[in-house]
Structures are given as C-alpha cells and as structure tokens.
Design a protein around this ligand. Sequence first.
Ligand SMILES: *Cc1c(COP(=O)(O)O)cnc(C)c1O
Ligand SMILES: [Zn+2]
Length: 460
Amino acid sequence: MLLIFIRSAVPYRAWFECFNSDCKERYALTDIVYNCGKCGSLLQVVHDYDKIKETSGGHWMRLFDDRKRRNTWPYGSGVWKMKEWVCPAVDNDNIVSMYEGESNLFLAERLGKEIGVPDLWIKLCGNSHTGSFKDLGMTVLVSMVKQIISEGGDIRAVACASTGDTSAALAAYCAAAGIQSIVFLPKNKVSPEQLIQPIANGALVLALDTDFDGCMKIVQEVTSDSTIYLANSKNSLRIEGQKTVSMEIAQQFDWDIPDVIVIPGGNLGNVSALGKGFLLLEKVGIVSKRPRIVCAQAEMANPLYRYYKSGYTDYKPIQASPTFASAIQIGDPVSIDKAVSMLREFNGVVEHASEQELADACARGDRTGMYTCPHTGVALAALFKLVKRGEVEQGDRVVVISTAHGLKFSNFKLEYHKQALSHIKSHYANMPMELPADTDAVRKAIDERLSEKNQRPRAG
Ligand SMILES: *Cc1c(COP(=O)(O)O)cnc(C)c1O
Ligand SMILES: [Zn+2]
C-alpha cells in the first residue's frame, strides 16, 4: 500500500461566510448561526483554497484513491476520505460516520439504449445507511455538533423539518452519537418506511398538521433557542458533505467528467452541493470541464421550474401540491439563490414531470432492473423529455442521481402495479396472477403470458 501523507505547518481551514457577495461576513463553523447576523442571507462554507492548492491535484487524487474504502478511521467513508476539503476542523474522535458515500455508479445499459442515450449511468445514492443521500450531509453536521458539545457547547438536541429522508438520517446519526434528535414531519405526508426510521432510532417525532413548508417555519422558530441545533440544509454544513457526490462521480470515472447530470430538486440544497463539488475540483486543477446540470422538479411542486421559465426574473414561492415524489413537495425552497447561482455556472436546465410521467418513468426504469424511488422517477422523466427534444444527445455521457432507495416507497409501487393510483394509467403494470394450485392451469398461464410477450412486446 502506498502511503501518502499530507504534511503542513498551517492547518486546513474552513468557515461560514455570508452568501451575499456584498457582505461576506464570516463566522466559525462551531458558531451556532444559520443566517448572516449582518444582512440575513444564507451562509456557505468557504475553505482556505490557497492552502488546498499547495498540494497538487495529482497528489490529492492519489490520496483519495489510496484512502478509498479502507478501514483507517474515518477515511474509508466517501465523505471523510476528503476530510480536508469537507470539514477539516472536526477532530477524528468526534466524527460520527457510518461509512456513507461510495455508492455504486452503474451503466444503465438497457434503459440507455431504449431511450437513445447508450452512455447512461445511475448514481445510486439511496444505497446508504438510511437509504438516501441525506446521510452524506448528516455525517458532517452531527460530527460538528459532537465537536461543539466536546468543547463545552450547550446543545440539548438537534432538530429538523423533513419530508422523510432528512429525519431518518438525523435520527440515525444522532442515535449513533448519543445525541437527542427532534424531527418535525408533515402528518401523513411521508411513507410508512420513512416514518418508522426516526421512531426506531429514538427521535422525538412530531407529526404536525401541515406540509413541509409549515414544519420548516416552526422548526426555525423553535431553533432560535440556541440549545436546539438546526439540521436543515439551510445549515450549510450539510452541503459540504453532499458536495462529495461530485468528487465521487469524477473518481468513479477515473477523474473524467460526464456531459450531463440530472438531479431531482426540492429544497435545492443538493443541486447546490453538486455544483459546489465540481467547482472545487476545478479550483484544485483536477478537472477543467463542467457537466451540464439538469434539475428536475415535480410539476406539483415546481417553483424553480417556473422561475427558470421566467428567465430567472420572477421568483415566487408557491403552495406545493401533493406528489408521489413526496421528498420534493416543497413550495418555498430555502436554497433557491444558491441553486440558481449554480445552474448559471453549469449551463443549467430545469425540467419538470407530471405525476403520470414520474410514475411511468419509475416503472420503466424498474423494468430494466432498477428499483427507483419516485424522485428518481422525476429525474428519469425529465431526461426522457430532454432526449426527445434533442437537448441531450446520443453521444452524451449522462448520470442520473438516484436520491433514495425504492424500498422506502413500497406503497407507491404496489399501488401503481395494482393500477390503483388515482388519475394514473399504469402503462407498465405487472400484477401477480392468482391461480389454483394446479399444474395444468399454471402451465397454461405461463404459455399464454410468454406467447403474448413474443407477439406484442410490452411497452418499454
Ligand atoms: C431531500 C431529497 C431530495 C431533494 O433534495 P433537496 O436538497 O431538498 O433539493 C430528492 N430526493 C430525495 C429522495 C430526497 O430525500
Ligand atoms: Zn451577510
């Protein structure tokens, strides 16, 4: 094993900095602060990039290759393997990690060929400890909380509003660290699998009679008490962990950059993180190319899409309507400005998908061996549209970010195949056949089904 050490007299440094370029006020990462105290804008984490650049891009690449998936705490984690670029100040003893990241990126050969983009890849971020990409950011945030507590900070609990996956991640990482979590969920708007996750991990689970935006309002008020730490993506520590998905994709392609990346967006932290990761790779001199970023929204919750269509001139929060893509049912996204600034950098496109389109896209992906969550369905449906319009071309290398595991959405899938989703035609339905326990009847059914398939290949 080749050992590579990063030696330096000056430590790697990062801080919170006001996102408003006219202000740029700074705060320590251990400060309990979510908005700029001077101007009220969102904060972002900024690193001492000159310090990072003292080490060559090649050296960093070898270091990350060397640490990848090894057992030396905490660098085997896909997030902490890049600790110097993510959150250098936290002590290794305070890191709360469940070896998140390093999720598979696979060639979706059959689906790619079907839609005419043979170089189509799926980044399965849902193959993670709690079943969604939210683990990437939560390991950083909860580690920082543990660091603050170890330095004598007074934090009684960590709280978030959630559409289901953030609360699952927060509850798991807090449980691992022995820190109390409080999750605010919109009542009856998350899947049963998502509801049971924080319950099982010992969170204080509050089901409120409102939607996500309503929960977000209340959690912000509750966390004005600084002993209850806010874990929503407004807290930009999470973005630092989530941005590692970009470095990971690059590394998985041997530091090559794909042409197009499609990502579903709700509160828009993740699309901001994606761009931030690629910009950092560029700053360090590892890559020079930028992918085109496509943000995909559900038509029922599409404030960014509307803003994009107005040429980014007219932004209005909306009242989000119910969608099967429940994790992105958000009408007033916190990270709207960060997302737009990234989309401008990456020749960005925003597309949306109807309930019918996302449901069929999920089923179509599943027919080719995937097991998609509805948000991944939104991303796939958006991709299908862009390919049809010729905006994504045959030779493009395309990566779709799959944000959660399909097993969290069993009811949605079951109802689809039962053809029981209201207002949806299940074009790819595949119901079990109920038969008597009789070999002849079984043979007959098999023969019928197989010959039907031969004569008339089913859609997709
Ligand atoms: C949180 C989430 C999203 C959206 O991410 P944002 O940062 O809110 O845009 C998409 N898909 C799934 C499964 C999620 O949990
Ligand atoms: Zn400011």
